[in-house]
Design a protein around this ligand. Structure first.
Ligand SMILES: [Zn+2]
Length: 225
């Protein structure tokens, strides 16, 4: 039995259970190139195609993209109005200067002290479309993104004040070190889009995340089919 871990409100560094180590010990052989699950458990047929007003940019480290527990790529596959920018490629520094448009309000998801709560952002009801930049990866990598890229320096920060959905598997995680509030990237994006776009859109992303989590846990023998 896995050790029970904290709920989604907890930071994952508090967790004693090294799920990532387990994942490394049983490396997925020949994973699907999109969902990174074993081909028998591939969930790609279930990926929705969602049209949204809110634009998503995911900034992901090249190393993170190789990890089978990565969920950011599923968000990109599901959201038509989204793009992935890859950092950490040798001799190819990431140029974010073309990332912004004068016709949108851009925000970086990062829980700094001055960050605006997502629920406050919803109340603002700006007439311009939103552009949300999400750093993908473990918490340490994500915290570097805002510092390393000068283009992001003056972009206002937002943070999640309250989750939009309940996660029936909140005691389980894909890996030990997580994004803010112990959430995987796709899970955080599901909550965000639930707040900012529509409940239906957020729910479809959440369902996709839960499928990935469930299939991963089954693969690790932590959950029965
Ligand atoms: Zn797949």
């Amino acid at each position: 039995m896995p050790k029970k871990t904290g709920g989604i409100s907890k930071y994952s560094n508090d967790l004693g259970f090294d799920e990532d180590l387990q994942a490394r010990q049983r490396k997925t052989k020949q994973p699907c190139p999109v969902c990174f699950l074993h081909l028998d458990r591939c969930i790609c047929d279930a990926i929705p195609r969602l049209k949204t007003n809110t634009r998503l940019t995911l900034i992901v480290h090249a190393k993170e993209l190789k990890r089978t527990t990565n969920t950011g790529r599923l968000a990109i596959a599901a959201l038509e109005n989204s793009k992935m920018c890859i950092r950490g490629i040798k001799d190819h520094p990431l140029d974010l200067s073309h990332l912004f448009s004068d016709f949108e309000d851009s925000y970086l998801l990062y829980p700094s002290e001055e960050a605006i709560d997502v629920s406050e952002l919803v109340k603002k009801k700006s007439s311009r479309p939103l552009h949300i930049i999400v750093p993908d990866g473990n918490w340490r990598q994500a915290s570097k993104v805002g510092q390393r890229h000068a283009e992001l320096k003056y972009i206002p920060r937002i943070k999640m004040d309250e989750p939009f959905f309940k996660n029936p598997y909140a005691d389980f995680h894909l890996r030990k070190e997580h994004f803010a509030e112990g959430m995987a990237t796709l899970e955080a994006i599901a909550h965000l889009f639930g707040h900012l776009e529509s409940e239906e859109c957020g729910q479809k992303l959440m369902d996709l995340y839960l499928q990935k989590l469930k299939a991963t846990l089954i693969g690790r023998g932590l959950l029965k089919k």
